[in-house]
Design a protein around this ligand. Structure first.
Ligand SMILES: [Zn+2]
Length: 267
C-alpha cells in the first residue's frame, strides 16, 4: 500500500494516485468520477470511490454511507484522512462489514489545487446546497445525494480557529449518539475543543447543535432522514495528527452505527 501522505499535495494527479492504485489492487474498491468540469482552461475532477465491505451475516442489503472531504480547498486534512481511511480499509476490509461506502475525498478540486477555501468561482461550496446552485461541484454532489439516498452522511472539515476536535449534530439524537463516541475515541489523539462557543455557535463538550444554511445535506424530501455528522479537526495541529483523529472518528462511527442498527432490530 502507498504510504500515507503527510503533506498537502497541490498536484491533483499525485494526490489521487493512491486511489487509482487501490482500485487496481483491491476487489473492494471501485474508483471513478462524480464530476468532470473545466475551469479557466484546465480540467478538474471530483473523484468518487466506492468501497464495498464484506456482507454482514443475515443482512443482504448494505448500509450505504456518503463520506465527504475537501469541500473547502484549504483543509487538506479532510482530503488526506479519507484517502488514509480507504487505504486502511483496503488492508482490512472486514472493518467495513455490512457497509457500502461512497467516498468523495476531494469535493472542491480547484480550491484544493489553489489552497483556497472557495471554489474557482470564489464561492463557499458549503453554503450552496439545495439552493439552486449551478456550481458544477454542487450540481454533481446534489445528484449523488439524491441518487444514493444514503443511510448516513459524514463530512470532514478542518477549522483554523479550533482549539481541538469538535462536530455538528444538527440537534438530532442519533447524530449525537454517534458523534459522542467518535469524539471520545479521537480525543486520545487530539483533545476536544471544550469552549462554550465554537465557530460562532453554542457548543457543549465539542458538540454543536446549530449549523449554517446551505451545508451539504440529504435532499429535504428524503425519509427516513439519514444520520448526518460533521467532524472538525483543528487545522493548526500537525496534519498527521488531524488525519489520525479523523480516521479514528470514522472507524468509531462505523462501529457504533452497526451496533445501533442491531439494537434497533431487536427492539
Ligand atoms: Zn471546512
Amino acid at each position: 500500500m502507498p504510504l500515507l501522505q503527510t503533506r498537502p499535495i497541490r498536484d491533483l494527479h499525485s494526490l489521487l494516485e493512491p486511489l487509482v492504485a487501490l482500485s487496481a489492487l483491491s476487489a473492494n474498491v471501485r474508483a471513478d468520477f462524480a464530476a468532470v468540469f473545466d475551469h479557466e482552461g484546465d480540467s478538474y475532477r471530483v473523484p468518487r470511490i466506492v468501497f464495498t465491505g464484506p456482507a454482514a451475516a443475515h443482512e443482504p442489503d448494505p448500509i450505504r454511507l456518503g463520506l465527504f472531504g475537501g469541500l473547502h480547498g484549504d483543509e487538506p486534512a479532510s482530503v488526506l484522512a479519507l484517502i488514509a481511511f480507504l487505504e486502511r480499509l483496503a488492508d482490512e476490509p472486514a472493518r467495513a462489514t455490512g457497509y457500502e461506502l461512497v467516498v468523495y475525498p476531494l469535493c472542491n478540486p480547484v480550491g484544493y489545487a489553489r489552497d483556497t477555501r472557495h471554489n474557482g468561482a470564489g464561492l463557499d461550496l458549503n453554503r450552496q446546497f439545495w439552493r439552486g446552485s449551478e456550481q458544477p461541484e454542487v450540481v454533481a454532489l446534489e445528484r449523488e445525494l439524491s441518487f444514493n439516498r444514503f443511510h448516513g452522511l459524514i463530512t470532514l472539515h478542518a477549522d483554523d480557529t479550533a482549539e481541538g476536535i469538535y462536530g455538528y449534530t444538527h440537534g438530532h439524537v442519533l447524530n449525537e449518539a454517534l458523534l459522542e463516541p467518535a469524539l471520545r475515541s479521537a480525543s486520545y489523539i487530539i483533545p476536544r475543543d471544550r469552549r462554550a462557543n465554537i465557530d460562532g455557535f453554542l457548543a457543549r463538550h465539542g458538540k454543536i447543535e446549530s449549523c449554517y444554511q446551505g451545508v451539504l445535506a440529504a435532499p429535504s424530501g428524503q425519509r427516513p432522514r439519514p444520520f448526518d455528522l460533521i467532524f472538525e479537526t483543528p487545522a493548526r495541529d500537525p496534519l498527521e495528527r488531524q488525519v489520525e483523529a479523523a480516521v479514528t472518528a470514522l472507524d468509531t462511527i462505523l462501529d457504533e452505527y452497526r451496533v445501533f442498527l442491531a439494537y434497533a432490530q431487536n427492539l
